[in-house]
Design a protein around this ligand. Structure first.
Ligand code: PEP
Ligand code: MG
Length: 755
């Protein structure tokens, strides 16, 4: 045996002895890199392990790089020198690594000082499991001895990594993993709390019960509990004046709770006629509601109905379990009433999961608006979920129940990474969105809730889409003109000085109002958006009057109409708008500023009528959610066809270009307010096709501004031209991915699309 092979064997034996004495996999790999570094005299030794089912290598242990990059620094197979070793499954030995064309500088990892690089693949039965690397500050080619040591050790540890992976996979297999139809936001880990919807007045059955004393006791106890709650709520209202919904709700409580006859009558129904408490309450209430209606007091009747619904709901659920909301929870619901989402306080709700997907379009928009991780359309057993630990992965539309500690660690790390990234975006959130070549991009907000606690100053250039239907969804009847004027005034005054584009009521399709039920076989192609408003001119006129009246003192209103498919719809809208303005000018006896008027491009046929439409409007706004869906006749929430919903499809790309060019030649501004505008690759696609106004949800604003500040518009325009000549979505998307990599932005796409 030569001296050379002898010293390798000695080093090997020492390393293997030390590593195999370790109890856990993590301890073993940490010891491995440390021992290799010492044995080879290198300045750094690192181990990258391939993530199961993904083409990504993750820094798993290091002696020499930043320790806090462990588990965070990742490279795709083929990316950087480490990725190249994995891709080629061959050793790479370089004296001057930074000069290699595949070298990738990873900020925060601490590689700056190293010159030489030796990387060997870790293989098991031809499958790449990882890469073992040593690095030196000095520019030197590693010798045969170091190469042999690394190759031998990589073969040794391959089986350990493989074993560890199968243990992890087995652990992960045990976890209950549920795929949802739609997800939004990032990741939440918390305890699940099942929300039980209130039993409604209508759906309570009339039933009899033998245990009369118990039924009566239950009823009185519930009344007492409600009385206490009302006292508490009144106190709260005195301290925090709530202008809207609360007042009606509270008066309903008051009138019934203070009425001793009500309790006597319910007791009489229980004891004399043998009704169960819920039925007795319903019967007594029905008489009272009829009386109120008879007297023409609709408000009193409505208040009573509301109160009775709450009372019955409490009786059925027998005083709902007190939920410990001291730390945030994941709310799990069968179907998610928009009102519930709107009431969610961000600090109490970590995430939410909604089982039904059919009625939840706006629920998910609301969740996104609030920045709460959410998954919708999940087929899990709601009866068996309360109190369990749950991971809501909004990025991958996935819910994990009772995850093992390895997965909890992995997701906790992802949350920490997201937080770090968000902090980076947040730092520049009030800086203007100016590209590297000095072009100012207009970044607007899509809103629907009032975001009371957010200070938007400097963050947004206007509201590009205000979804008025969301406030309608929070009511149980059509809001009056006064009520709407009050809402819109609040909004316009809050955003004084910047334009607020209010979209007229957009219901139908997947957005419904409880008081305007629309039952159709094919709702996406049915009575929705402007079609409803034109058929219901009173509703339309009321809303337009409220908007105009609200803007009298502010002048920052824009009005926009959804789902336009014919010129006639715009002409009718303008007639009603003119009538509203004329009436209000008379009533106020003063001229009123006309709001700028816009048309949404959501139905593809509009693109072929832009000449005529341009002479009737001040601007266009693309609702890409509906537009792409109608272009490809594909519902993005239907997993069977969702891949057809593709903004990078050559047809979509060419159509977007056509629309921006057409609007430009007609001298009408055009913006995009669909969700593509707020996605990392989507916003680049739009910029490259000539769009300079993008409107998005609040949670995306800071990120998109960060991206804009790190790209060059002239380069993007050139990229757009290349994209227009390509014939496949994959090739087009790849162009933008490469561009993001070039600009050091690709990590944003990765972190927003993988879990
Ligand atoms: C759209 O369709 O892109 C749009 C903005 O409208 P909504 O998502 O409210 O239908
Ligand atoms: Mg739409």
């Amino acid at each position: 045996m030569t001296e050379h092979s002898n010293s390798i064997l000695l080093a090997l034996r020492k390393i293997i002895e030390k590593v195999s004495a370790k109890r856990t996999f993590e301890e073993a790999v940490n010891s491995l890199v440390e021992e290799i570094r010492i044995a080879t005299g290198a300045d750094c030794c690192s181990l990258y392990i391939k993530v199961a089912h993904r083409k990504v290598l993750k820094l798993s242990a290091t002696d020499g790089l930043q320790k806090d990059s462990i588990g965070k620094a990742t490279l795709e197979i083929g990316e950087g020198l480490v990725g190249l070793v994995a891709k080629k499954q061959e050793l790479i030995n370089l004296a001057d690594a930074p000069s290699h064309p595949n070298f990738k500088y990873m900020p925060d990892v601490g590689e700056d000082e190293f010159s030489s690089f030796l990387g060997v693949p870790i293989l098991n039965q031809g499958e790449i499991l990882g890469v073992l690397v040593i690095q030196c500050k000095e520019k030197r080619v590693f010798g045969e001895q170091e190469e042999t040591l690394l190759i031998t050790l990589s073969a040794q540890i391959a089986s350990t990594i493989s074993l560890n992976r199968s243990i992890k996979v087995n652990e992960e297999l045990k976890v209950m993993r549920y795929k949802g139809k739609k997800g939004s936001g990032s990741i939440a880990i918390a305890q699940a709390v099942v929300y039980k919807p209130p039993v409604t007045f209508e759906n309570i059955q009339i039933m009899y019960a033998d245990d009369k004393d118990i039924q009566s006791e239950l009823f009185h106890q519930t009344m007492f509990q409600l009385q206490m709650e009302m006292d508490k709520a009144n106190l709260y209202l005195q301290e925090n004046r709530h202008d809207m919904a609360a007042s009606g709700y509270m008066s309903g409580y008051g009138s019934m709770l203070d009425d001793p006859e009500f309790e006597e009558e319910v007791d009489a129904e229980i004891f004399n006629k043998g009704y169960a408490a819920t039925s007795a309450v319903k019967i007594v209430a029905m008489h009272r509601i009829e009386d109120a209606l008879h007297q023409g007091d609709d408000d009193k009747a409505r208040d009573m109905r509301d109160f009775i619904s709450i009372l019955i709901s409490r009786l059925v659920h027998l005083a709902p379990k007190e939920t410990d909301l001291s730390s945030p929870v994941v709310v799990v619901v069968q179907s998610m009433p928009a009102a519930l989402v709107a009431e969610m306080t961000k600090d109490k709700i970590a995430g939410f999961v909604c089982l039904d997907s059919s009625t939840s379009a706006h629920t998910s928009i609301l969740a996104r608006d609030l920045g709460i991780p959410a998954v919708i359309g999940v087929n899990l057993d709601i009866a068996d979920i309360d109190g369990r630990t749950i991971i809501v992965d909004g990025q991958n539309s996935e819910v994990l129940v009772d995850p093992p500690s390895s997965l909890l660690d992995e997701y906790t790390q992802l949350i920490a990474i997201n937080k770090k990234e968000n902090n980076l975006f947040e730092k520049g959130k009030t800086d203007p969105a100016v590209t590297l070549d000095g072009k100012r991009i207009t970044v607007q907000l899509n809103a629907g809730l009032d975001h009371k606690d957010t200070d938007f100053s400097g963050q947004i250039d206007g509201i590009g889409l205000y979804r008025t239907e969301i406030s309608f969804m929070l009511c149980d009847k059509f809001p009056s003109e006064e009520q709407q004027t009050f809402w819109y005034k609040n909004l316009l005054s809050r955003f004084k000085g910047i334009q607020v584009c209010m979209r007229t009521l957009d219901v139908g399709g997947d957005k419904s109002l409880s008081y305007l039920p629309i039952e159709e076989n094919n709702p996406a192609l049915g009575w929705r958006g402007i079609r409803v408003l034109i058929d219901q001119p009173n509703i339309f006129k009321t809303q337009l009057r409220a908007m105009i009246a609200a803007q009298k003192d502010f002048g920052n209103l824009e009005v926009m109409v959804p789902m336009v498919s014919r010129l006639e719809e715009v002409l009718i809208t303008k007639r009603i708008l003119n009538e509203a303005i004329g009436e209000l000018e008379k009533e106020y006896d003063t001229p009123i500023k006309r709001p700028r008027f816009g048309i949404m491009i959501e139905v593809p046929c509009v693109g072929l009528m832009m000449d005529e439409l341009a002479s009737e409007c001040d601007f266009f706004s693309i609702g890409s959610n509906d537009l792409i869906s109608y272009m490809f006749a594909a519902d993005r929430n239907n997993p069977k066809v969702s891949k057809l919903f593709d903004a990078f499809n050559p047809a979509a790309v060419r159509y977007f270009k056509y629309l921006s060019a057409r609007a430009k030649s007609l001298q009408r501004p055009i913006s995009v307010c669909g969700e593509i505008a707020g996605s990392p690759l989507g916003c680049l696609l739009l910029l490259s096709l000539g769009y300079t106004t993008l409107s998005m949800n609040y949670s995306q604003i800071a990120m998109v501004k960060y991206i804009i500040r790190n790209v060059d518009l002239a380069e993007l325009i050139a990229l757009g031209k290349r994209a227009l000549a390509l014939n496949s979505s994959v090739k087009i998307k790849q162009l933008y991915i490469e561009y993001m990599k070039e600009k050091g932005l690709y990590w944003i796409v990765q972190s927003k699309s993988v879990g």
